[in-house]
Design a protein around this ligand. Structure first.
Ligand code: 5RP
Length: 227
């Protein structure tokens, strides 16, 4: 079994009758969603689900999982999602799938956050493997750059890899700058600094959710919980 599948299956065990469940985006979260869909059908489990992105909403529909839109609920009991990097302090970088704004909405709202990753996502320090994705209003594409550079970042517009010319456009109609920072910056200051820039809609640094997070790490021998 794939390591991503292991954690997806494990996280699905945490879903209980009557919960409002946030569905993450990406290949690991897809394993969770498929297993949840199976439990809903086979165990006649009654849960309400909220999608973090258009991609996972399409997948939920294909799996026969009915959805609440995010504006129809004021509570998320459990949110399960993958990540691109996980630090020992349970800080995350998310957004390779360009869905971090919808994902952060659910991470902020949820009572419990289960992060599901394979071992390759664990890093000693954030930013070692991935840049920080920053979602910006299209009109801000030039004007926001000096502000990001003043924070020490090097922004690069994310381009669509195929099938579309030009930049990736998010579910919210915005663009993404992938921002590289010099090694080991003050991530909390950057979190606040990015949030404060006009034109920035959101970003993929998830630093505030460690307390309510359980990180499940898949490895060939099974699943371990990051303490
Ligand atoms: C999407 C995300 C994903 O959770 C993250 O990219 C991990 O994806 P995968 O499980 O496919 O490795 O943040 O915006």
């Amino acid at each position: 079994m794939d390591d991503k599948q292991r954690v997806g299956l494990e996280a699905a065990k945490a879903v209980k009758e009557g919960m409002v469940v946030g569905l993450g985006t990406g290949s690991t979260a897809t394993f969770f969603l498929r297993e949840l869909a199976r439990r809903i059908k086979e165990e006649n489990l009654s849960v309400q689900c909220v999608a973090s992105s258009f991609a996972c909403s399409l997948l939920a529909k294909a799996e026969g999982v009915s959805l609440l839109s995010a504006d129809q609920t004021d509570r998320i009991d459990l949110y399960v999602d993958g990540a691109d990097e996980v630090s020992p302090e349970k800080g995350l970088i998310k957004g390779r799938g360009a869905a971090m704004v919808g994902e952060k909405l659910l991470a902020e709202a949820c009572g419990k956050f289960i992060v599901i990753v394979d071992q390759g996502k664990l890093v000693e320090k954030l930013g070692r493997k991935f840049p920080v994705p920053v979602e910006i209003m299209p009109a801000a594409v030039s004007l926001v750059r000096p502000g990001i550079e003043a924070l020490g970042g090097k922004p690069a517009l994310r381009l669509a890899p195929g099938g579309k010319d030009g930049p990736v456009v998010t579910d919210n109609g915005n663009l993404i700058l992938d921002v590289t920072f010099p090694a080991d910056p003050d991530w909390h200051a950057l979190d606040a600094g990015l949030n404060a820039l006009p034109g920035v809609v959101g970003h993929g640094l998830f630093l505030r959710y460690a307390k309510k997070s359980t990180v499940l790490v898949g490895h060939p021998g099974g699943v371990r919980v990051l303490a």
